[in-house]
Design a binder for this molecule. Structure first.
Ligand code: FES
Length: 133
């Protein structure tokens, strides 16, 4: 702890007093190459501190919206599937994740998608009341 106190109370003020910082903006024009080199660590450290502080108080960039449908019938302006209600049977699962290889039916691909992305999508399951019992 004593070394930190010595650094803050003795070494740092001594270092800062030794920096060739001119008293006016015009004074920067008269600095030598060696003076500029002496300022590099100070300017770099201050820049880093400012950057870290600004980043800490700046909200992260909002991710851009990505398409839900990554590969199914991309040549179509709109993907529409028609199903005759008489063909539904007792139970059928329709994909809502757009990753099924049997689209529009669910093939379980949502499980892999959920594992990889942290998402929680699942199928739309249509089931007759009598079949659920
Ligand atoms: S595969 Fe897409 S919801 Fe199951």
């Amino acid at each position: 702890m004593e070394s930190v106190a010595s650094l803050v109370k003795v070494s740092l003020p001594k270092y800062l007093q030794g920096l060739p910082i001119p008293s006016s903006l015009g004074g920067f024009a008269s600095l030598s190459g060696q003076d500029w080199l002496a300022l590099v660590p100070f300017v770099g450290t201050v820049s880093l501190l400012v950057y870290v502080t600004v980043r800490a108080f700046t909200p992260p960039a909002k991710p851009k919206d990505v398409p839900v449908n990554m590969k199914i019938q991309k040549e179509s302006a709109k993907v529409v599937n028609m199903v005759d209600i008489e063909d539904l049977g007792d139970k059928i699962s329709y994909c809502r994740c757009w990753r099924s290889k049997k689209f529009p039916l669910c093939d379980g691909s949502h499980n892999k998608h959920n594992e990889e992305t942290g998402d929680n999508v699942g199928p739309l399951v249509l089931q007759r009341k009598e079949a659920a019992k």
